[in-house]
Ligand binder design. Structure first.
Ligand code: NDP
Length: 429
């Protein structure tokens, strides 16, 4: 494998040269480079076929997360995000991690859950038994709606029945929910799961005499978890004129804080999702589905907790992350959006599971960078320098002036639009 994600000095290159370098590395055609550059990536006519009431397209900056190494393989990670510092944070964290051996990651097979809600079923235990008695029939019926998934080795694999206590309210009867566990292979799966869930509902009604209302996938994709970890020797963490031990302690304390306190855990996980959403958007994933799954999973023990944690072990700082990732390399907009196609060519994953491992590692990398800053010098030092550029543009700076005004703002220690306007006025010829 000749591709390296360790592109030293990439951030200092002009944009055209970054593109030229990518073109050489991945043998991208000029049209593909144009797609990454955003030139005509998603034509309004195509957008009009994707959603309703379309009037055009909407753009976001596309950047590359560098230095990423997962299970010994290098990945350049396309990231679509409007927030400054996210791409830099991932690249920075991945650099430290690769120097200590890279991320180790794994992902479950693509098992998803389709839910069928049965009502008016009489006795819950009896109704459950009736459903389980025809389990094989239900599976066969589900699979009959999608034979091609079965021939790929996927399809409906399991039927489970859950009886849930009645929620508070005037109606006392329990709930009966049937789960179809479906292997979606390379797809996120929403459409095929919904088709199967709708398809088996009449049989479930028939054997129980009940009535089915809802039939839809669950976004709590907890059969489809991805995990990543890293182990960084403590001395490698030394920075900001602080010893590695001190930085490591700050990160471990931040992790304890998030474990104990949902107010902190929400922000901790927001940082994780900064990385994951960015790569999800660039690669055409349903990021609302990923978000919903991640936060529901974070709450699985009844208290909202961090998706990752950090601790000290034998002179190393160890970080781990686990979350559901319902991703696809096919389906949805993936083969439709030409920009997504170009982004996937750069990311060069061979399967959806491999993709999920990279996503998990990106989430952990982003989280590491945030905690490292938070537990030491604070987030604003690095963030403000990047934020200053946005402030400069807001105040009207363009071209070379953006960098110039941003630098002045940081120097003045006063990153505000008003101050930027003053500086522009004062420095204008
Ligand atoms: P699609 O239905 O677009 O694509 C999946 C299809 O791709 C499969 O059914 C299969 O069809 C085909 N396919 C080709 N090769 C493979 C392979 N190797 N493995 C698996 N399938 C393959 O997309 P999804 O079902 O994945 O649904 C995702 C979309 O659904 C997203 O856009 C999402 O936004 C949306 N959605 C999400 C919901 C939610 O999250 N709650 C709800 C509803 C929709 P074939 O066998 O015929 O080739």
């Amino acid at each position: 494998d000749t591709v390296t994600s360790r592109l030293s000095g990439f951030h200092k290159l002009p944009m055209e040269e970054r593109l030229a370098q990518l073109g050489r590395m991945f043998r991208l055609a000029p049209e593909e480079l144009n797609m990454l550059h955003g030139v005509g990536a998603l034509q309004p006519t195509l957008a009009n076929q994707m959603i309703e009431n379309a009037v055009g397209t909407f753009s976001l900056p596309l950047g590359l997360g560098l230095n990423m190494m997962v299970n010994g393989r290098d990945y350049i990670v396309p990231m679509a995000v409007e927030e400054p510092s996210v791409v830099a944070a991932v690249s920075f964290a991945a650099k430290i991690v690769r120097e200590s051996g890279g991320f180790i990651a794994e992902a479950d097979p693509s098992m998803m859950i389709g839910q069928v809600q049965l009502t008016r079923f009489g006795d819950a235990t009896e109704a459950s038994q009736k459903i389980l008695d025809v389990k094989d029939q239900i599976l066969a019926l589900a699979n009959s709606f999608h034979p091609s998934m079965v021939s790929r080795g996927g399809g409906a694999k399991e039927v489970e029945v859950r009886v849930l206590p009645a929620p508070e309210g005037p109606r006392g009867e329990p709930l009966l929910i049937v789960h179809l566990v479906i292997d979606c292979q390379e797809a996120m799966g929403a459409n095929l799961i919904n088709t199967m869930a709708e398809g088996v509902a009449p049989l479930i009604e028939q054997v129980t005499g009940g009535k089915v209302y809802l039939r839809i996938l669950s976004n709590l994709a907890d059969r489809r978890l991805s995990r990543a970890m890293c182990r960084i020797p403590v001395p490698m963490l030394a920075d900001f004129e602080m010893a590695g031990e001190e930085i490591a302690e700050g990160i471990a304390q931040a992790s304890r804080f998030a474990q104990a306190d949902p107010y902190r855990a929400a922000t901790h996980n927001k940082g994780v999702m900064n990385g994951i959403d960015s790569v999800a958007i660039a690669t055409g994933q349903d990021w609302r589905a990923i978000e919903a799954g991640a936060h529901a999973f974070a709450c699985r023990e009844g208290q909202y907790r961090p998706l990752s944690n950090w601790f000290l072990e034998e002179g190393h700082l160890v970080g781990r992350i686990e979350l559901p990732l319902a991703l696809g390399t096919v389906g949805g907009p993936i083969k439709v959006h030409p920009g997504v196609q170009a982004a996937l060519k750069v990311m060069r994953v061979n399967s959806v599971r491999e993709m999920s491992m990279v996503f998990a590692a990106v989430g952990l990398a982003q989280n590491f960078a945030a905690l490292r800053a938070l537990g030491s010098v604070g987030i604003q030092k690095g963030h403000m320098a990047l934020h200053a550029r946005c402030v400069a543009v807001t105040a009207g700076a363009r071209g070379d002036w953006v960098e110039k005004i941003a630098n002045e703002l940081v120097k003045a220690g006063h990153v505000k639009v008003e101050k930027a306007r003053e500086l522009i006025a004062a420095l204008s010829p």
